[in-house]
Design a protein around this ligand. Sequence first.
Ligand SMILES: [Zn+2]
Length: 257
Amino acid sequence: MAVGTAARGAGQRARTTYRRRRRRRRRGWIPVLLTALVLAAGFWLWRANTGGYRVALDAGHGGDDPGAMGLIAETELTETTARYLEELLRADENYTVILCRDYGEGASSGERGRRAARRGAQLLLSIHGNSSQDGTARGFECYPQLAASETHADSLRFAQLIADGMAGAGAPLRGDGGIRYASYDEAGVKQIGEEADAAGTTFGVLEQAGCPAVLAEQCFVTNAEDVAAFAGEEGCRRAAEVYYRAICRYFGTQPMI
Ligand SMILES: [Zn+2]
């Protein structure tokens, strides 16, 4: 009887020790897992922070939405220009390019801005073509974020650099030296004006970018002179070069061209 009790006691102790060891072994994985997570986060941050300034390019419209239809479709202009600009930025080691949408793909304006924000963009340029009913309107204008935005001042500085460059390339400037503001009221009605402190919200892509951002209306796709100067292959390349130099001036890097 006494022997049986002692044996049972010994068996119980052995089982308890075994359970404790198993628990300790299981807990042993926790620091390994935490180290792996810290290393993965570090690698992600390192990758996100190398390769220079992160510039988001938004080729306006896309997918089922061709944008304005004039002598050409607006998306022909937006995608051709974005491709040239992407090429220039990728060749410059000071920059990392973030595309707000793939070529040919469609995404809403807000979604394109959110994609830039998720990938830590430091500057965003949204490329568009303008249109008018009668085809006589022409020239360049661009839209910074509204005064209420935290990044308004830098957005305006970038817009001024682009407008100066486009004027230098021969584009007539519309609005106040090529700069205008767009705002939507609660009913979704759009207002265009020269006042930075307009009430309401501006274009979705600028609202969601999370960084200084500008929307450029490169030229009128409904005007023959504009299309010849800034919407064909050569014209889109010319505009892309203006944008590229403006980006370099914004960040203070030496442009390659
Ligand atoms: Zn557009």
